[in-house]
Design a protein around this ligand. Structure first.
Ligand code: GLY
Length: 349
């Protein structure tokens, strides 16, 4: 695996330097319409490279969009050594990385990350893929970009909900690996979650992600710690999509971490003050979500259909303490229902 991640506050200059060092004949940019409007005009060095623009939205993270990229690669007569340049958030880096990895059995790709969520998680680590059969990232491959450029000067283009989404994944990173990062992020919650306050913490998050992925690139064990909060988080995300009131991924993960922290307390004795601290933080920073016990069958259904689980058990990553994660904890439906009850108590919903 390659591990070439650069954090820059001048995406144009860093990208230009990178492109000078390689052959860009037959290169193609993959982006979405929002990034094309808000970010690409600020990355002047990409101006003359042909591009394919995907319609924004999770519903377009499909094989049909990958096909759109492959058709564009044919049009530019891409060769085996051509470069696909993915400019955008996690959807674009996942989709473009997947398309590049299949085209002619694999061409090189560069990720230029423009969202906080992609900066701290999705744009590095080698997971690529598309949604299929109603399931997230069901088709995909592990495949590493030539390099990831994290353009923090692009973050001022983000709506607040996307900043909060990245903040949720940053918190996850702190919980699994670094108590002082959690404290810094709690201080940000008190002052108000802004890009300016988070910028200096991005490097620590990418460092933690890199060390986990280096130790277990294909998620045979340790890497599962990166899924902390995601089992319940994905279920909340899917429920909200089904209701037609979606919220960004990292916000749902922040709520999923409440449920995972409760299970951690019940199963592994995680100190209860961490639960209260997280509930306070959610109330102070995140848009409210609401669910009742009538939603439990749907939530449990989503958890069981997650590709990490089966019909009989749901596996959670839990914490003995901050920075002391434990993977693959099988939890039965009764315990999950109890943890959802307690989640609602903590959040007053
Ligand atoms: N987003 C979790 C991982 O990269 O493993």
């Amino acid at each position: 695996m390659k591990n070439n991640t650069v954090i820059t506050d001048n995406t144009d200059r860093t990208t230009a330097e990178y492109l000078r060092s390689i052959d860009t004949e037959g290169a193609l940019i993959v982006t979405d319409a929002n990034v094309e409007r808000l970010c690409l005009p600020r990355i002047a060095c990409l101006r003359d490279i042909p591009r394919v623009t995907i319609t924004p939205g999770e519903e377009h993270k499909t094989l049909a969009s990958a096909e759109q990229i492959w058709e564009a690669l044919e049009r530019v007569q891409a060769r085996r050594n051509s470069l696909l340049i993915n400019v955008g958030g996690g959807l674009i880096t996942d989709l473009g990385g997947f398309a590049a990895s299949c085209y002619k059995r694999g061409i090189r790709f560069l990720n230029i990350s423009t969202t906080l969520l992609a900066d701290v998680d999705a744009s590095s680590g080698g997971k690529t893929g598309v949604n299929f059969g109603g399931l997230k990232n069901q088709i995909g491959v592990f495949s590493w970009p030539e390099a990831t450029i994290i353009g923090t000067d692009m973050l001022d283009t983000l709506p607040q909900a996307e900043v909060l989404s990245g903040y949720g994944e940053m918190l996850k990173t702190g919980y699994i690996a670094d108590a002082s990062l959690v404290e810094s992020l709690e201080a940000v919650a008190v002052a108000g979650v802004t890009v300016e306050r988070l910028r200096s913490l991005i490097g620590r998050c990418t460092e933690i992600k890199r060390s986990v992925v280096e130790a277990d690139p294909k998620e045979s064990g340790l890497r599962k710690i990166l899924n902390f909060g995601h089992t319940a988080g994905h279920a909340f995300e899917s429920l909200l999509i089904k209701r037609g009131t979606p919220l960004p991924h990292g916000i749902c993960v922040a709520y999923g971490m409440m449920t995972a922290l409760i299970l951690s307390h019940i199963r592994l004795g995680l100190p209860s003050e961490i639960l209260s601290r997280h509930a306070r933080l959610l109330r102070a920073t995140m848009p409210a979500i609401a669910f009742t016990c009538d939603d439990y069958p749907a939530l449990l259904g989503f958890m069981h259909s997650d590709k990490k689980n089966d019909d009989t058990s749901v596996r959670f990553t839990l914490l003995r303490n901050i920075a002391d994660p434990v993977t693959a904890q099988s939890i039965d439906d009764e315990e999950i229902r109890t943890s959802l009850d307690i989640t609602r108590d903590y959040l007053g919903i």
